[in-house]
Write a protein that binds this ligand. Structure first.
Ligand code: BGC
Length: 408
């Protein structure tokens, strides 16, 4: 290379270096401006909002947002503006934001919970971010962490796994975020509040209804998911009623199994095993919810036994209501979801503001006595379906009686 060419090359290299330094300086100047905006939290929150709106439509796996963009003024006029700001000491005037971490949307009820909770929170002037993890523990933890680091003021959680979700409570608390267990209890964690129905009473109502019809005989108990604390409470309630009759020899429980992940398919397998083991000689079945009852009834149908063996369920699902008027399911337990979502939303917003509501009940979760609010479930059979779930608008009369003429 000639001497002239070499010096030209050197000059070129220097110019490139100067250019790079200038570029770096420009980038740094840009960042300073950005971080100034970022501290107030609006950017952070609306950034999350923007992401969510893109995939919030299906509500499964991804987040579901309150409709509309966040107010540009930071929610200063919102009735649920956070007085203290969030745990990160950011933005004192922005609206309260509640995170709702759900397990599954498999059963019909959870879609109602999701929609009614969203409406109730928004009616209070707060915002809600919703995720569902479809029974995936690791995903539920990750989603909750995303919401916590995204700056929610309070987390409401429906745990898939009562024990595994304790990690979420720890994480939330370390960020100054309180946690409400919704419908299902989180075990062995310092959960701040539990809002649910009286789940022991749910089981008692089931067993009272069935033992009235079948005071003696062979019983099958098809439980819920062992990982769900509610499944244990439902079973406790059932056996509170059955035990004295078992002790006196009037009732014999010939089959008793949990149903993995509450699926109707697993419940059907359980019921088939129960029928086989007892050569179809069964007098009554109590299933932990309407989904598992549907699996039980499918198995009974395959043996021509549907309608002749009483079956109890829970949730007042539309299909269960139809089976009740149609005669293949005996009863269900109606839990007015609108009452639960309203209560949970009120308490969540209140606690996010820093107030601690009075709770009249305490439930032990293995670690602490959790302040609890437990609502009343209602037993429903053919005789009162009209004045309960239909009267409340939980289902329409037309839908319930779609496949069966109403008994008049
Ligand atoms: C709920 C039931 C529901 C079941 C399965 C329980 O924790 O209380 O209403 O049917 O989970 O999702």
């Amino acid at each position: 290379m000639a001497g002239g060419e070499r010096s030209l090359q050197r000059i070129g290299e220097r110019l490139r270096a100067i250019g790079l330094v200038l570029l770096l300086l420009l980038v740094m100047a840009g960042c300073e401006g950005g971080s100034g905006d970022g501290v107030n939290g609006d950017n952070e929150v609306s950034g999350v909002n923007g992401d969510n709106e893109g995939d919030g439509g299906n509500g499964v796996g991804g987040p579901l947002h309150g409709e509309g963009a966040l107010p540009q003024d930071g929610g200063a006029h919102s009735p649920a503006a956070s007085p203290q700001g969030n745990s990160h000491g950011e933005d004192l005037e922005r609206p309260i934001k509640i995170g709702f971490s759900m397990d599954t949307l498999l059963e019909e009820r959870w879609a109602k919970d999701r929609e009614l909770f969203r409406q109730s929170v928004e009616a209070l002037g707060a915002e809600v971010e919703i995720y569902a993890s479809n029974g995936d523990d690791a995903l539920q933890i990750m989603q909750a962490e995303t919401m916590i680091s995204g700056g929610i003021d309070l987390l409401v959680i429906v745990p898939h796994n009562a024990e595994a979700t304790a990690a979420i409570v720890k994480k939330a608390h370390s960020s100054g975020v309180k946690v409400i267990a919704y419908d299902r209890l989180v075990k062995n964690a310092e959960i701040d509040l539990y809002v649910s129905f009286d789940n022991v009473l749910v089981g008692e109502l089931q067993a009272q209804a069935i033992t009235k019809l079948v005071p003696r005989g062979k019983y099958v108990y098809i439980g819920g998911a062992e990982t769900d604390n509610n499944a244990h409470l439902f079973k406790e309630g059932v056996f509170n009623v059955l035990q004295p009759m078992i002790d006196s020899g009037e009732i014999k429980v010939v089959y008793d199994q949990w149903t993995k992940d509450w699926t109707p398919a697993n419940a059907k397998l359980n019921m088939e095993a129960a029928l086989k083991a007892n050569r179809n000689d069964i007098d009554a079945v109590i299933a932990a919810n309407d989904g598992t009852a549907s699996g039980v009834i499918a198995a009974l149908e395959a043996h021509g036994l549907a309608g002749s063996i009483p079956v109890a369920g829970q949730d007042a699902e539309l299909a269960a209501a139809q089976r009740i008027v149609g005669g293949t399911q005996t009863m269900t337990v109606y839990k007015p979801i609108h009452e639960l979502t309203l209560k949970a939303a009120e308490l969540a917003v209140m606690m996010a503001r820093g107030e601690m509501p009075a709770a009249d009940r305490k439930v032990n979760n293995g670690k602490i006595e959790v302040p609890s609010v437990l609502l009343a479930p209602i037993a429903v059979d053919k005789s009162n379906i009209d004045e309960t779930i239909i009267k409340d608008g939980f289902h329409t009369r037309q839908d319930v009686y779609r496949y069966a003429p109403p008994a008049r």
